[in-house]
Design a protein around this ligand. Structure first.
Ligand code: HEC
Ligand code: HEC
Length: 142
């Protein structure tokens, strides 16, 4: 019974679907992010991160802000080692011309890092000039 009913419904629906308009396919103009570069080739980078010259810290916008990282930030941080500390550790910073990690990050006067400050990029993010900008941004600190 159920199957019979659905067949009747099916036929009715087919009958009601109106006249079919014959339409020719229009060309679709889709520009991919890779521009006109064929898919078999790697598109040239249109935007590469431009960091300030070495040694140039970026001005902070408000008190207690974790300062922005003015260089690439893909130095590995693992349970075994924290590469950021190769330059920012209290024993290395002077030689590497980097700011030592903040006093708030350490346990003692030797500069032993607190566990809660181990994963630097949890709070510090890199900031670069990108031309053209990857993401439009109208942020102001005012
Ligand atoms: C090869 C050495 C080196 C390594 C590795 C390194 N940095 Fe830096 N970093 C610098 C130098 C040099 C500066 C610029 C001087 C300054 O402001 O400390 C800097 C600046 C910074 C600043 C800005 C400090 C300020 O006062 O504005 C932060 C934050 C920072 N780095 C975080 C990190 C983090 C997080 C890592 C790991 C992902 C890291 N750095 C790895 C050398 C390094
Ligand atoms: C829980 C968030 C947090 C983590 C994790 C963290 N920081 Fe910070 N960092 C801050 C804040 C907030 C400040 C600014 C206030 C202060 O000085 O304590 C700061 C300040 C700094 C400064 C500037 C110090 C100065 O004297 O001006 C450096 C350099 C820095 N951090 C590097 C690091 C590095 C390297 C790591 C990882 C080993 C790290 N931070 C982990 C939040 C964090």
């Amino acid at each position: 019974m159920k199957t019979k009913l659905s067949w009747i419904l099916f036929i009715m629906l087919c009958g009601c679907s109106g006249p079919h308009t014959a339409h020719t396919a229009q060309p679709v103009n889709v520009t991919s992010l890779g521009g006109n570069t064929p898919v078999t080739q790697a598109a040239p980078l249109d935007s590469e991160a431009q960091y300030p010259k070495r040694g140039a810290a970026i001005a902070r916008n408000y008190a207690e802000q974790p300062p922005l990282i003015p260089h690439k930030a893909d130095y590995p941080i693992s349970l075994q080692r924290n590469s950021c500390m190769n330059c920012h550790g209290w024993d290395k910073a002077k030689r590497m011309k980097a700011t030592p990690v903040a006093a708030s990050h350490v346990l003692d006067d030797k500069g032993t890092l607190k566990g809660q400050n181990y994963f630097c990029t949890q709070c510090h993010v890199p900031q670069a000039q990108n031309k053209p900008p990857r993401v439009e941004n109208s942020f102001t600190s005012q």
